[in-house]
Design a protein around this ligand. Structure first.
Ligand code: SF4
Ligand code: SF4
Length: 136
């Protein structure tokens, strides 16, 4: 198994600092790979990253929710060009550095979303995407 970062991720980066095997990689370019991603071949499923995420974006692979219930103000982030994702997010990360994302969407409180497609996206990042070289 592995852990998976879902599209609730807004690139805070706190998870990276606690991972004992350094398997969390920031996606680049952010227009195409807006999230951070977990190398499934390296993750040891320790769970240390989960409480570090201010956006509650990380789940064990088997527990990625099919019906995640959003809190007020929670956002989803997608590759630029994804239909319906037109909001700009400007925030700061764990180190106080600026985060600028241009394809986000603020959810309604109680809105239900399926986060399971993010598992395949995470795997793709390491299989054929830029993570292939970053993690090896
Ligand atoms: S702590 Fe959460 S929001 Fe920040 S990079 Fe990790 S998964 Fe993304
Ligand atoms: S579960 Fe542990 S090993 Fe896997 S990404 Fe999180 S901190 Fe790293």
């Amino acid at each position: 198994m592995t852990h998976v970062i879902t599209s609730l991720c807004l690139r805070d980066g706190g998870c990276v600092t606690v991972c004992p095997v350094e398997c969390i990689i920031p996606g680049k370019p952010t227009d195409e790979w807006p999230l951070f991603y977990i190398d499934p071949d390296t993750c040891i499923d320790c769970g240390a990253c989960i409480p570090e995420c201010p956006w509650e974006a990380i789940f064990p692979e088997d527990d990625v929710p099919t019906a995640f219930k959003a809190k007020a103000g929670q956002k989803l982030s997608m590759p630029v060009g994804t239909a319906g994702f037109t909001e700009v997010y400007d925030g700061t990360d764990h180190d106080g550095e600026a985060v600028h994302l241009t394809a986000t969407r603020t959810m309604q409180a109680g809105e239900v979303v399926d986060l399971t497609p993010d598992t395949a996206v995470n795997a793709e990042f390491f299989k054929n995407g830029p993570g292939y070289n970053a993690a090896k």
